[in-house]
Design a protein around this ligand. Structure first.
Ligand code: GLN
Length: 539
């Protein structure tokens, strides 16, 4: 049983400073020292999970192995640490209250008034320690969403205050703030950081380490000033400059000795040597690509970089595996049609049609797929992207002009994508889809089995609708072949097009499982196919 140490990561001054990347980077460094680490996110909003939030509100919804719909930062945690997360790694205020209220209804607090302190804070503390109490981890890093001073995060900060008292030097608090540069004054300004630390102190929490996001280097005197005003040692004021890639941040933090300060402050004996050779090797390949390809990302949220976060990152990993820089051009599906497709896709080496929900933009996705199919452009369709590939094939090859998904047109005679039987009677929207990891058996002779190098795989799902097996034989005999199916339910999980260099549709989400240490074989394979297409086109 390990004696787990806890690292709390709070944020101040503004949101979007990158607490998720800092937490992930710290995890990577601690792993490099040989420690086992997990990262958890506490989100202050009242939704039970982000599954019902649209991407404008919250970016991508990230799905874990156990089917939790979670914050996109968990994607970073997995990509950096190469360790799967679970529901226990993402807790919201909604979930905390739900659990306390359920207990109240069961009579567990009979006779007492249920209050924020101690009932809500006890539940938060319990959730923070669930992962630590498994005995599996040397370190649990807990990222607190939002910014200190927000009304909604008070109970979380209060719980940290209590835990610091209970756990003593087994925990450490890291505060990430902004040190802005005022060009008129040509100066970095520490006042916002001072205010933000003060706000944390008012809530009874003294940060041990302050990480300063900045555009210019922090001089020694600025570091000394922050240390003096904020009650931290000077070596605990860490500079974090904007980096070229998020994957550079662990190294930047190592140069600032963040990992060593954490070990020192938690009284953790420092092992002999850190090993991050693999990470360095990845960075070297990332920054020195030998080739470049361009992929069109077709979706309806393309203007939001966070909406398809995992897909974008998976292209970076798959690119590095091929020593290739993958340039992503985002194309709004509502703007694509059969007439302009050739113009829209001029110069691209591959087309990815993104996952999604609802009717908006679907016809554009179908037009994009038709173009990829007819012009032999490498194509990957993910979830709704695969469903659209099936619809496109039914309409333009099988001749069912009215073919559709029951999601888009429940009245069509040709529901080639249909609602799953077990979904038909579900009324609630939250956590009611086919979620999480399911096994998939790959077809012998398929491209997929070659790429994965194994017959039985496991991939994560998030959908309500499925390929309609009623049409299976017709699709297969015309060339759209099943490449993978669920061995228990016989659901079609992957399709490939015969006679096309690389045309793959998957009902699951490969992007969730791609990490720096293990680039996903489908993305690696897709990039390789794009490289071949690009070479051929150049000749
Ligand atoms: N809307 C589709 C479904 O529910 C696809 C979902 C997705 O792309 N994640 O089946």
């Amino acid at each position: 049983m390990k004696e787990t140490r806890y690292v709390f990561v709070t944020g101040g001054v503004t949101s979007s400073l990158g607490k998720g990347i800092i937490s992930s980077s710290l995890a990577k460094l601690l792993q490099g020292w040989g420690f086992s680490v997990t990262i958890q996110k506490l989100d202050p909003y009242i939704n039970i999970d982000p599954g019902t939030l649209n991407p404008y509100e919250h970016g991508e919804c990230y799905v874990t192995e156990d089917g939790a719909e979670t914050d996109l930062d968990l994607g970073h945690y997995e990509r950096f640490s190469n360790t799967p997360t679970s529901q226990a790694n993402n807790i919201t205020t909604g979930r905390i209250y739900q659990s306390v209220i359920n207990k109240e209804r069961k009579g567990e607090f009979l006779g007492s008034t249920v209050q924020v302190i101690p009932h809500i804070t006890d539940e938060i503390k319990r959730c923070i320690q669930i992962l630590g109490n498994t005995g599996k981890y040397d370190f649990v890093i807990t990222e607190i969403g939002g910014t200190v001073g927000d009304i909604e995060s008070f109970p979380f900060i209060e719980s940290i205050r209590q835990l610091r008292w209970e756990l003593g030097n087994r925990c450490v608090t890291v505060h990430l703030t902004l040190v802005p540069y005022l060009s008129a004054a040509q100066e970095l300004k520490t006042k916002p950081t001072q205010h933000s630390v003060k706000s944390l102190q008012e809530q009874g929490v003294q940060p041990d380490i302050i990480i300063c996001r900045c555009e210019k280097h922090l001089s020694d005197s600025i570091k000394a000033k922050i240390a003096l005003f904020c009650n931290v040692s000077k070596n605990a004021v860490i500079e974090c400059m904007d980096a070229e890639s998020i994957y550079d941040v662990p190294i930047a933090m190592m140069h600032e000795h963040l990992d060593e300060v954490i070990l020192e402050k938690t009284n953790t004996p420092k092992p002999a040597k850190i090993n991050i050779d693999e990470w360095m090797h990845f960075l070297e390949r990332l920054h020195n690509p030998k080739h470049q390809v361009t992929v069109a990302l077709v979706g309806k949220y393309v203007e939001l970089t966070d909406a398809y976060k995992s897909i974008r990152e998976a292209f970076i990993h798959g690119g590095v595996a091929n020593e290739t820089k993958v340039k992503i051009v985002s194309l709004h599906s509502e703007k694509i049609n059969d007439e302009n497709a050739a113009e829209m896709f001029a110069g691209v080496d591959g087309i990815l049609v993104a996952p999604g929900f609802g009717n908006r933009g679907v016809e554009g996705k179908i037009a994009a797929i038709r173009y990829a199919r007819e012009n032999k452009v490498p194509f990957l369709g993910i979830c709704l992207g695969m469903q659209c590939a099936v619809i496109e094939f039914a309409r333009n090859v099988l001749g069912y002009k009215d073919a559709n998904s029951a999601e888009m047109n429940p009245d069509t005679d040709y529901r080639v994508i249909d609602i799953m039987a077990e979904q038909k009677h579900i009324m609630n929207m939250g956590h009611t889809m086919r979620l999480g990891a399911y096994p998939c058996q790959l077809e012998k002779g398929s491209k997929l089995i070659e790429m994965y190098g194994s017959e039985m795989i496991s991939e994560r799902h998030r959908h309500r609708y499925e390929f309609n097996n009623k049409y299976l034989d017709e699709f297969q005999s015309h060339g759209l072949k099943v490449a993978g199916r669920n061995p228990d339910a016989n659901l079609v999980e992957a399709v490939e097009l015969e006679g096309h260099p690389w045309f793959v549709g998957v009902q699951f989400h490969p992007e969730y499982k791609s990490t720096v240490a293990k680039p996903h074989p489908l993305f690696t394979g897709f990039v390789k196919a794009m490289l071949e297409y690009e070479k051929k086109n150049k000749q």
